[in-house]
Design a protein around this ligand. Structure first.
Ligand SMILES: Cc1ncc(COP(=O)(O)O)c(C=O)c1O
Length: 399
């Protein structure tokens, strides 16, 4: 009887007509007005062969530049050998990727779990924290972005993204980012974990004092809460050090990674210290595709390129150059570190973004309407930096 009553309701769901004019691909972000066909280094090319300088990096992803020959060859070679096998088998390429990643990470990190995205890395970090502490609420920071799966979304400070899912979200207290006094007054005693982006990218590339991160570490220790660094954007040399943890000299308990990790092949990773790893056993975490052979080969090649081409040093040098040389009559402040930069352009950020796009230079927006973001490939050339600085100067002269 129940089934009989449910069936008509389910079947009466409105259906789009077969001749729907809806696009085949569900819209997510408003795209550039030109489709992209190919990329090389710090450039991408449209269908007419026009080159665009990519200071957006496919949203902070293309760490080694577009189609780096070494990465492309590693993926192709791996594809000829074995495209996929799940974690039911040990794969030398996956083991090697985990070892190389841990060698690049802060020494406190003892074990890696591979998944497929930043949200998934954060979802697992928060889930693990709840299991290990027996607590089921979390602390995050105002302005945060951690992803769109349910726990990651719970820790994301964006009511627009929460809308419609409120009853599904986990309890999260949002503290002001970088505020020492608020941290001192906060009660972390119920929190399974505190999750923080070392630099809040989406919020407008907001930074906090190293002393604040040290205080945060101590507050977590005192309260028995785990500390999670969401290094999805700040990792892989972008700040001038392998990870922000090294930049700030603070060891979190867990680190979530994605974006630049495999130069654009979808991959995420959750790194954990020994105390966490020792309490997780076979079957606690899992993913069919996580750490697949193609992603593992791409990660290995990415780390080799970052090390051999000294991309972290390059990121530090080019970031400092932009900071020192950008026209102050247009950009009143440069936020961030290395090649994760926010240009503050009061009242004219949108106009500058359009101006740069017309000059075939791609940059990102942010939730701060005055801040444009630069998160280019770390292989960015000096010529590209000159072109950006000239274009910004020309925009200043124009207006
Ligand atoms: C800091 C941070 N964390 C997590 C995510 C989510 O990553 P993904 O889109 O791979 O799920 C993002 C994505 O922009 C991010 O910037």
């Amino acid at each position: 009887m129940h089934i009989m009553r449910l069936m008509p309701t389910a079947c009466s769901l409105p259906r789009a007509p077969v001749t729907s004019s809806l696009p085949a691909l569900l819209p997510t972000y408003p795209p550039y007005p030109f489709p992209l066909l190919r990329g090389a280094g710090d450039r991408v090319f449209d269908a007419e062969g026009n080159a665009y300088l990519d200071f957006y990096g496919g949203h902070c992803v293309c760490a080694t530049g577009h189609a780096h020959p070494r990465v492309a060859e590693a993926i192709a070679a791996q594809a000829r050998e074995l495209i996929f096998y799940s974690t039911a088998a040990r794969l030398p390429v996956r083991d090697a990727a985990a070892e190389a990643l841990l060698a690049f990470a802060p020494t406190a990190m003892a074990s890696a779990f591979f998944c497929n995205s930043g949200a998934e890395a954060n979802e697992n970090a928060l889930k693990v924290a709840a299991k290990l502490t027996g607590r089921h609420s979390f602390v995050a920071f105002r302005g945060s972005f951690h992803g769109r799966t349910l726990l990651a979304l719970s820790a994301t400070d964006d009511p627009k993204l929460h809308h419609g899912y409120e009853s599904l979200l986990a309890p999260v207290d949002f503290l002001p980012f970088g505020d020492g006094e608020a941290l001192e007054q906060a009660d972390l005693g119920q929190a399974a974990a505190v999750i923080v982006e070392p630099i809040q990218s989406m919020a407008g590339v907001r930074t906090a004092d190293p002393a604040w991160f040290r205080a945060l570490r101590k507050a977590c220790d005192d309260a028995g809460a785990l500390l999670i660094f969401d290094e999805v954007q700040t990792g892989f040399g972008r700040l001038g050090t392998p990870f922000a943890a090294q930049y700030y000299g603070v060891d979190p308990d867990l680190m979530s990674l994605a974006k630049g990790i495999a130069s654009g092949v979808p991959m995420g990773a959750l790194l954990m210290n020994e105390a966490v790893a020792a309490r997780l056993g076979t079957g606690d975490l899992g993913s069919t595709f996580g750490g697949g052979p193609l992603a593992s080969a791409a990660l290995l090649a990415t780390l080799e390129v970052i090390r051999e081409e000294r991309l972290a040093e390059r990121a530090a040098r080019l970031g400092q150059w932009i900071r020192d040389a950008v026209d102050p009559s247009v950009v009143t402040r440069v936020h961030g570190e290395g090649l994760l930069l926010g240009l503050r352009v009061p009242g004219r950020a949108k106009a500058l973004k359009t101006f740069l796009q017309d000059r075939r230079i791609l940059v990102g927006g942010s939730h701060d309407p005055e801040v444009l973001r630069l998160m280019p490939p770390l292989t960015l050339t000096d010529d590209a930096v000159r072109a950006l600085l000239d274009a910004i100067r020309d925009f200043g002269g124009k207006g």
